[in-house]
Design a protein around this ligand. Structure first.
Ligand code: FAD
Length: 465
């Protein structure tokens, strides 16, 4: 936590004036998450909270200096007495996490102020040691967003009670809890009744981080697998020299590189969106597409990398079990797979600019590789069909939402690889993922894939032991 905070993983784009800060931060997150991803949850929430807090300039002015501080201050003290603070998030309740409009936690206004007393329960509240939380609660005007600190402004402990820590399958370095608010003091953020719109600014940033963390898990896993295969012998040869193992490793590398490029491109749209409508539209849809696809691919990818180590991969001394338990998480939080795909449909229907921006970006690859043409035409037809229907379309359209999102992700990755990747990786990706010459598992790249060139791209030198 200290290393991440002191190196501004929680704040870089908000404090850096040079261009490209979101990309630089995504690169930092890629590296950090390969070491230890659990702790990046509070780091990510603290970073993302700033985007939502800025809906309320007074509140932002009061909290930002300590949120953006590069000092990691563990002490449990009123925020005013601390050099740096962390911010968490409380949306999910027992009766539902995806459908936050069903929240029953309620907030009662104190007089005519922007201060409220909040009563209710949150079923998931990660990093409960945070100094404040952005939460959702009902008011007479509907679901609203609040900043709920651990201490009241008068310096008393707020009525925020941790009831239980979750026993999670993975992500153990990050505590997740169930919490109760019993008339807890909180400050309204944004307008009453517009809580989802306010907190969505935070959610979009954390969704980008979920995609980046998934790319990091894939990179960490493939580095371990390639390293092992370069040192382990079977049947008289190193594993890396065995043709079938080469196919598996090359396929994992292709997936990892495609993931890294996609998440980096989405991060760059976060940098550019303030000055470009097109980039803002692209960011809106591409964040959801990347969040869905990279988080989905991570679990299968890490599982396959684990198998490259044989039985040793299943044993805790290798780091693969930890990566494997972590991998499904990013697909669940900040919008599970289906919810994200429905969000893609909603965006297509409500923001025509996003459809244009997505297709425009994909088409940039067409100039360099004609193979994309047919696929783009098919995707374009499906996207237009979805865009013409209301918010989430009918049942048939909803059933297609995963397929549509997957195709958009694959074409985006193909276009990026063609422009920025190695030709060996781009060719293998297009042949196996677009032309569908590959199979459904990793290790099924078609004949002709330049596995040697692809394997040469991963040079790892892991410390012994
Ligand atoms: C380790 C961990 C930490 C977490 N930390 C936090 C936290 O700090 N703060 C917080 O607020 N939450 C947190 N969460 C909660 C997480 O965000 C929710 O679990 C998630 O949003 C899903 O909500 P749910 O569990 O209520 O599932 P549900 O909303 O019940 O969804 C169940 C399934 O139904 C699908 N589904 C939902 N609606 C539809 C639909 N219309 N059509 C088709 N399918 C649908 C979903 O995709 C999902 O697969 C955490 C979760 C985990 C696992």
């Amino acid at each position: 936590m200290r290393t991440s905070i002191e190196n501004r993983l929680h704040s870089l784009p908000w404090v850096e004036t040079r261009k490209g800060a979101h990309v630089a931060r995504a690169a930092m997150l890629m590296l950090t998450a390969q070491n230890e991803v659990g702790h990046t949850c509070p780091v990510s929430m603290t970073f993302s909270a700033v985007a939502a807090l800025r809906a309320d300039p007074d509140l932002a002015a009061a909290w930002e200096p300590r949120i953006l501080s590069a000092s990691y201050d563990l002490r449990f003290l009123p925020s005013g007495q601390k050099s740096g603070v962390l911010v968490g998030m409380g949306m999910t309740e027992k009766q539902g996490g995806s459908d936050v409009r069903a929240n029953t936690t309620r907030a009662e206004r104190i007089g005519n102020s922007r201060e409220y007393l909040v009563t209710g329960h949150k079923w998931f509240c990660s990093a409960p040691m945070c100094d404040a939380f952005l939460i959702l609660a009902q008011t007479p005007k509907g679901i609203s967003c609040f900043l709920l600190p651990r201490w009241t402004p008068s310096g008393e402990r707020n009525a925020f009670y941790i009831q239980r820590l979750k026993r999670k399958m993975g992500n153990r370095s990050n505590a997740s809890s169930e919490v109760e608010f019993n008339g807890a003091w909180a400050r309204l953020v944004g307008e009453e009744g517009r809580g989802v719109q306010t907190i969505i600014e935070m959610v979009n940033c954390t969704r980008l981080d979920c995609a980046t963390a998934s790319a990091a898990l894939m990179r960490a896993a493939v580095a371990q697998a390639v390293h092992h295969a370069r040192h382990r012998q079977a049947f008289g040869k190193l594993l890396i020299e065995q043709p079938l193992m080469q196919n598996v490793l090359a396929d994992l590398i292709v997936e990892s590189e495609a993931a890294t490029l996609l998440t980096s491109r989405v991060a760059s749209s976060f940098d550019a969106r303030a000055s470009s409508d097109e980039e803002r539209s692209f960011a809106r849809i591409a964040t959801a597409v990347a969040k869905y696809w990279l988080c989905k691919r991570a679990a299968g990818h890490v599982g396959e990398a684990l198998e490259c180590l044989g039985g040793n991969g299943y044993v805790e001394e290798s780091i693969l079990p930890r990566l494997y338990r972590e991998a499904p998480l990013y697909s669940i939080w900040e919008g599970s797979g289906n919810v994200i795909c429905l969000d893609v449909l909603r965006t297509l229907a409500k923001e025509p600019g996003s459809l244009f921006a997505l297709l425009q970006e994909i088409r940039l690859g067409k100039a360099l590789d004609k193979r994309l043409e047919n696929f783009i035409a098919q995707l374009e037809a499906s996207l237009h069909r979805q865009a013409q229907h209301g918010s989430e379309g009918g049942a048939d359209l909803q059933r297609e939402a995963r397929m549509l999102t997957e195709r958009a992700a694959l074409l985006l990755q193909a276009s990026l690889l063609i422009r920025y990747g190695s030709s060996a990786v781009a060719d293998a990706f297009c042949a196996s993922r677009l032309d569908r010459e590959g199979g459904l598992t990793f290790g099924t790249l078609p004949q002709g894939a330049d596995v040697t060139a692809i394997l040469d791209r991963v040079s790892v030198n892991l410390p012994e032991g």
